[in-house]
Design a protein around this ligand. Structure first.
Ligand code: GH3
Ligand code: MG
Ligand code: MG
Length: 366
């Protein structure tokens, strides 16, 4: 049983005698009673004392009880406050009108106090259930928010996870198509990361991942999304950004990481990243999957051509590399074979059909 706090009842009646009579009886029953002598005073009192229940006279000059209850129930800032209408007329229409206006119960004058008390108790019980339910609902909704945040955040680095990135890319792609705005992606991968784990331990690896995440995040604009796409792979989504600007930005990220000294328990180490950059509009980037693939392909070329570099999708270097690979692929992946197969003829301009798709292999194995 909870500790009894006095319940507050607001008695509204234009006859002061009636207010005082009810006040005396209700106070004797342990309620805290407030009075009001007209409709407007009642509404003001409600704001001030926030009663647990209102005993409302119907017939009052200026603003009658019907109007008061209508206004109370229409106010979205108020919690549920049960209203009992006191009506002198024992007529059905009067009761119906009161209930229609939003009253929760009614009692006819002259008031039988035992009946009134029973009605007050029953409504206060309902109010308690109501507020318990509301509290539980808000608790649930907080929990839901927390769960949602967890499900979209990478546990190690505390930035967006892959699922969140995919959701955001979807939204941002739609937005860019609708408004004919550019959008760019930078896919970054830490170079020779496995050797961090191998030489300094998994915890050192984790520390590097966290620091890279923070570095990327701190360089990005508020509207950019920065997330961990896979093990040691990060994706940046840059809305409203053209390819040139994204390449410049990626170069800055690369330099930052290159110049950064990572600390882990036990020492410091240096690391670099490779970046692939792609943007829309581009003749070979028709949808968000193609955009993602393009950034991934460019990253692959950055790795192949020496690491610690930025490569732009469909740039001279990208095309030269994919062509030079011919049907060979360095590590048995199928991606570059296809690219070379269709890209052999025109390096710089026209989109060669749609088959230039060297993506799948590395991502699938990531
Ligand atoms: P490359 O330059 O070609 O990217 O070489 P790499 O060593 O970075 O790439 P590789 O794919 O060979 O190795 C990635 C390593 O990242 C292997 C995996 O154990 C490690 N890794 C993935 N997730 C985590 C993680 O959460 N913490 C740590 N410490 N290591 C991770
Ligand atoms: Mg790597
Ligand atoms: Mg990787």
């Amino acid at each position: 049983m909870e500790r009894k706090e006095k319940k507050r009842i607001l008695v509204v009646d234009d006859h002061e005698d009636n207010v005082e009579l009810l006040r005396a009886r209700l106070e004797a029953r342990g309620y805290e009673v407030f009075g009001a002598n007209d409709g407007q005073a009642a509404l003001d009192q409600v704001e001030h004392v926030l009663p647990d229940l209102i005993l409302l006279d119907v017939m009052m000059p200026k603003m009658d009880g019907m109007e008061v209850v209508r206004r109370l129930k229409a106010n979205p800032n108020l919690p549920f406050i049960p209203v009992i209408m006191q009506t002198a007329l024992d007529s059905t229409e009067n009761k119906v009108e009161g209930l229609d206006a939003g009253a929760d119960d009614y009692i006819t004058k002259p008031i039988n106090f035992a009946e009134l008390e029973a009605r007050v108790n029953s409504l206060l019980r309902i109010k308690k259930l109501q507020s318990d339910l509301a509290a539980r609902e808000s608790e649930l909704s907080d929990l839901n928010d927390k769960l949602r945040r967890i499900s979209l955040t990478d546990g190690l680095t505390d930035i967006d996870n892959r699922r969140s990135l995919e959701d955001r890319l979807h939204e941002m792609w739609q937005h860019s198509v609708r408004l004919h705005e550019p959008i760019a992606l930078i896919m970054c991968d830490i170079d020779k990361f496995k050797s961090v784990n191998d030489n300094f331990g998994h915890q050192a690896g984790d520390a590097v991942l966290k620091e890279v995440a923070q570095l990327l995040k701190s360089e990005a604009r508020e509207i950019d999304r920065v997330g961990r796409y896979g093990g040691e792979e990060f994706l940046l989504i840059l809305p409203g950004t053209v390819l040139d600007a994204a390449v410049t930005f990626a170069e800055r990220l690369r330099e930052k990481v290159d110049a950064h000294t990572f600390t882990y328990t036990g020492g410091t180490l240096m690391r670099t990243i490779s970046c692939g950059v792609a943007a829309s509009p581009h003749p070979r980037v028709k949808d968000q999957e193609a955009l993602l693939r393009a950034a991934d392909d460019a990253l692959y070329v950055a790795k192949e051509t020496g690491r610690n570099r930025v490569v732009r999708f469909d740039g001279a270097e990208y095309n030269a590399h994919t062509e030079s690979k011919g049907n060979e692929s360095s590590n048995g992946e199928t991606r570059v074979k296809q690219a070379a197969g269709s890209g052999g003829t025109s390096a710089s301009s026209g989109p060669p059909s749609g088959s230039k798709d060297p993506a799948a292999g590395r991502r699938a194995s990531a």
